[in-house]
Design a protein around this ligand. Structure first.
Ligand SMILES: NC(=O)c1ccc[n+]([C@@H]2O[C@H](COP(=O)([O-])OP(=O)(O)OC[C@H]3O[C@@H](n4cnc5c(N)ncnc54)[C@H](OP(=O)(O)O)[C@@H]3O)[C@@H](O)[C@H]2O)c1
Length: 274
């Protein structure tokens, strides 16, 4: 088996779905505290279920931990002997985690010296991964380029990946992880504006969401600065510049910056246990 998921919840499920589109689903395994959840998803994806976390470690080359951070210490304590056993036998394993807020050092501490050489990949996916449009941050520790590329290939259908040094994960995650919510507020506001102007609700939402999606694609594909794309649609004395002025009057860009910085401040406070 190539890839096993420990935890088949929201994000584990989204990544398992992506993996089953790149790999033969028979090379993907799922295990979850809630066996019925893993079974239902495995049935839908045509992949395998595993009876427990130890089997996931025994069977798979890559083991992806998709449990909540607070249960991670117990999960690591449970799989540690099996990992030690397999490393002793010379089997190649790569441990992957998607838990938010847990640094690589915390895994190293929990796994101990015998597993110091175990390749570890820390991912920070975001919710658009569920529809193949994710932006996943990746930090590697002790993993070869081949092992990293192997994981990215398995999860390629979840969206884009970017390697970041671990000291930037929290800051970058305040955009990738939090901005889906910020963007939803923007889309909702645009749609409300369209409704106020007389557009039916369902169409207003679709128009707003597709415009955000298309503009993001335009930015990425043309590699232009947002200011250039904005200028290109603002004719002198026209409608768009009137809307831009309304946004600027209300501090839209400053509010967007503050949203990311507020998320970062909260991240720091949470790290200090506040
Ligand atoms: N959701 C996101 O947008 C997002 C983004 C980035 C990173 N993440 C990270 O992804 C991880 C999973 O988040 P999620 O939203 O997918 O949570 P979730 O939906 O609660 O999924 C976690 C799953 O793990 C299962 N589980 C709990 N303890 C277990 C154990 N000891 N062994 C095996 N399975 C166990 C849970 O089962 P029960 O329900 O029965 O407890 C649940 O099905 C978290 O660490 C989170 O920080 C999430």
């Amino acid at each position: 088996m190539k890839l096993a998921f420990i935890g088949a919840g929201n994000m584990g499920g989204a990544l398992a779905r992506a993996a089953c589109r790149s790999l033969d689903p028979q090379e993907v395994g799922l295990t979850d505290y809630d066996a019925a959840k893993a079974e239902a998803l495995a049935k839908e994806l045509g992949c395998l279920t595993l009876p427990d976390n130890a089997s996931a470690v025994r069977e798979a080359d890559y083991v992806l931990l998709a449990v909540k951070p607070q249960v991670m210490p117990a999960v690591l304590a449970g799989i540690r002997p099996v990992l030690e056993d397999s490393v002793e036998k010379g089997e190649k394993k790569v441990l992957v985690t998607i838990a938010a807020g847990l640094p690589i050092a915390s895994y190293r501490d929990a796994l101990g010296d015998a597993l110091a050489g175990l390749p570890l990949l820390r991912l920070m996916p975001n919710t658009p991964a569920a529809v193949g449009q994710g932006m996943t941050l990746l930090c590697a520790d002790g993993a070869s380029e081949e092992e990293i590329a192997g994981l990215q290939a398995m999860l390629a259908r979840s969206g884009a990946f970017s390697r970041v040094p671990e000291n930037l994960v929290d800051a970058a995650g305040c955009v990738t992880g939090c901005a889906p919510a910020f963007t939803c507020l923007f889309v909702e506001g645009l749609a409300d504006g369209a409704v106020a102007a007389g557009v039916p609700r369902a169409q207003a939402l679709e128009f707003a969401a597709r415009t955000v999606l298309g503009t993001a694609a335009l930015l990425l594909e043309t590699n232009q600065h947002p200011g250039q794309l904005k200028d290109a649609v603002c004719s002198p004395g026209g409608t768009t510049i009137a809307g831009v002025q309304a946004l600027e009057d209300r501090g839209f860009r400053a509010a967007s910056m503050q949203a990311v910085l507020a998320a970062m401040e909260r991240t720091r406070a949470m790290r200090e246990g506040k």
